[in-house]
Design a binder for this molecule. Structure first.
Ligand code: URA
Length: 432
C-alpha cells in the first residue's frame, strides 16, 4: 500500500527512497491512484534534494513499465539508432539526420514530440509537408524502417504514459528544470522505443533548458549513465543554443532548410551539427566504423545525392509530397534592417523563438494549432559584419499587423556592436 505523503516527507528531509517504493509511487500515479498535488509536492522536494543514481534508475524503469515497449532490434533483426534533442530554436536536425544516416545503410527509427513555448517540435515541422502522416502503427513503422530505413513518428499513447502525465504536471508546477527528472523523462522514452545506439543533442544557452555548459554536462552525464546502466550505447553532443540553429525558425521554413542541408546547400552551423550527429550515430551503428569514417560517409551521401533520394523516399513513404514547392508560404514577408554598421554580437535564441511563436509558428498551450507557413529567417548570425539597412532577418507573417510586431520582436533579439564576439562553434563538447 503506497503512502505518498511519507515518500514526500522522506524526500523533503533529504532521504533516499527504497527503489521499490519509488517505482510503486510512479506506477500508482500512472493508474490515477496518486493525486496530482501529491506528485507535484514530490517533484518540488526532488528539486531541492535531488535523486541518487539508484533512485533515477528506479524512476526511469517504472516509467517504462507504465506502458508498452518496442523491441526494434528483435522486430528488425538488426541494431537501430536514435537521436534526441533536449529542444531548441530552429532545431530541425532529426529531419536532416534521418535520411542521411539511412542513406549510409543504418536504420533510424524515432519518436518525436510537438513544440511547446518558444521551442519547435519535429512533428509540427513534418506536418507542414502536405499529406505527411506522423501516426504509424508499429507494423507500419517496422515495415518502413525495413524498406526505407527511416521513420519519424509521434509517440504512441501506450509508450511511457507515466511520463506523459508527469511531464504535463511538471509543466504547470515549475518542476520541469530538474536534472534527474529531465534525464529520466527523456531516457525512459528512448529506452522504451528500443534503439540501442543513442545520440543525445544537449542544447546549451539562452534558448535551451540548460543555460550553462556545466549544467548541460551534468544533464548529459546523467542521461548517459541511465542509458549505459540499461545496456545502451549513448553519446551526448553539447551544442550551442545561444542563437537559433541555422537560419530558419518556423515549420515549413525549417523543412526547406533541412532539405537544402541534405543536398549540401545548408547553413554552416546546421550542416556541421547534422553531419556530426550522423557521424556519431554511424559510429554507434552495426557498421563497425569510427566517428571519422562516419563523418566521411555522411558527407559522401550528401555530395552524391543519395541522401536527397533517401529524404524523398522517406517523405513519400509517410504520405507526404517531398517537392518543396508544395510547402505553404506566408503571404507577408518583411525584412528586418540592421540599425547600424557593426558586428552581430548576439541573436537571442529565446527571443527569436518567442517571435516565431507570436507569429503563429508555435503553441502556447497543448491544444493551440500552428500556422505552418510563418516564421523567421535569420540571415545574419553572431560574428557577421553588417551595414546599416542590411537585412538582418526576414519575418514571414500571415498579415501586416503580425508582421509589424514580428519585425520589432526580431530586431530586439539582435545586438549589433563594434568588436567581433569570441568565436564559438556549434559543437561545444562531447560526453560519451
Ligand atoms: N523533454 C522531455 O521529454 N522531458 C523533459 O523533462 C524535458 C524535456
Amino acid at each position: 500500500m503506497i503512502r505518498p505523503a511519507e515518500l514526500i516527507e522522506e524526500k523533503r528531509e533529504g532521504g533516499e527512497h527504497d527503489p521499490q517504493a519509488l517505482a510503486e509511487l510512479i506506477l500508482a500515479y500512472a493508474r490515477d491512484e496518486v493525486h496530482d498535488y501529491q506528485m507535484a509536492a514530490w517533484c518540488m522536494a526532488v528539486y531541492f534534494k535531488g535523486l541518487s543514481g539508484a533512485e533515477t534508475d528506479a524512476l526511469t524503469d517504472a516509467m517504462i513499465r507504465s506502458g508498452e515497449t518496442l523491441d526494434l532490434h528483435g522486430l528488425l533483426g538488426r541494431k537501430v539508432v536514435d537521436k534526441h534533442s533536449t529542444g531548441g530554436v530552429g532545431d530541425k536536425t532529426s529531419i536532416a539526420v534521418g535520411p542521411i544516416v539511412a542513406a549510409c545503410g543504418v536504420p533510424l527509427g524515432k519518436m518525436s514530440g510537438r513544440g511547446l513555448g518558444h521551442t519547435g517540435g519535429t512533428l509540427d515541422k513534418l506536418e507542414s509537408i502536405p499529406g505527411f502522416r506522423v501516426e504509424l502503427s508499429t507494423e507500419e513503422l517496422v515495415a518502413q524502417l525495413r524498406e526505407v530505413g527511416v521513420a519519424i513518428v509521434g509517440q504512441t499513447a501506450d509508450l511511457v504514459p507515466a511520463d506523459k502525465k508527469l511531464y504535463a504536471l511538471r509543466d504547470v508546477t515549475a518542476t520541469v528544470d530538474i536534472v534527474p527528472l529531465i534525464a529520466s523523462s527523456i531516457m525512459s522514452k528512448k529506452l522504451a522505443a528500443g534503439a540501442e545506439g543513442i545520440v543525445l543533442d544537449v542544447k546549451v544557452g539562452d534558448g535551451a533548458f540548460m543555460r550553462t555548459l556545466d549544467d548541460a554536462r551534468v544533464l548529459a552525464e546523467e542521461m548517459r549513465d541511465i542509458g549505459v546502466r540499461a545496456g545502451r550505447e549513448v553519446t551526448c553532443l553539447l551544442t550551442d543554443m545561444d542563437q537559433p540553429l541555422g537560419r530558419a525558425v518556423g515549420n515549413a521554413l525549417e523543412i526547406h532548410e533541412a532539405r537544402d542541408t541534405i543536398r549540401g546547400d545548408g547553413p554552416e552551423d546546421f550542416t556541421e551539427l547534422a553531419l556530426d550527429a550522423c557521424a556519431h550515430l554511424l559510429a554507434l551503428s552495426d557498421l563497425g566504423i569510427d566517428v571519422d569514417e562516419g563523418r566521411r560517409r555522411a558527407e559522401a551521401v550528401v555530395q552524391d545525392g543519395t541522401a536527397l533520394e533517401s529524404y524523398e523516399r522517406w517523405i513519400r513513404a509517410q504520405g507526404g509530397d517531398p517537392d518543396p514547392a508544395s510547402l505553404d508560404q506566408a503571404p507577408v514577408r518583411r525584412p528586418v534592417p540592421a540599425p547600424r554598421d557593426g558586428v552581430v554580437q548576439r541573436v537571442g535564441a529565446r527571443a527569436v523563438g518567442l517571435a516565431a511563436l507570436e507569429l503563429g509558428a508555435g503553441r502556447r498551450t497543448k491544444t493551440d494549432s500552428v500556422d505552418h507557413a510563418v516564421g523567421v529567417l535569420c540571415f545574419a548570425k553572431r560574428g557577421d559584419t553588417v551595414l546599416a539597412g542590411d537585412d538582418l532577418a526576414e519575418v514571414h507573417a500571415r498579415d501586416d499587423a503580425s508582421a509589424d510586431r514580428g519585425v520589432e520582436a526580431v530586431l530586439a533579439a539582435y545586438e549589433v556592436g563594434d568588436e567581433a564576439p569570441p568565436e564559438r562553434g556549434i559543437l561545444l563538447d562531447v560526453v560519451g
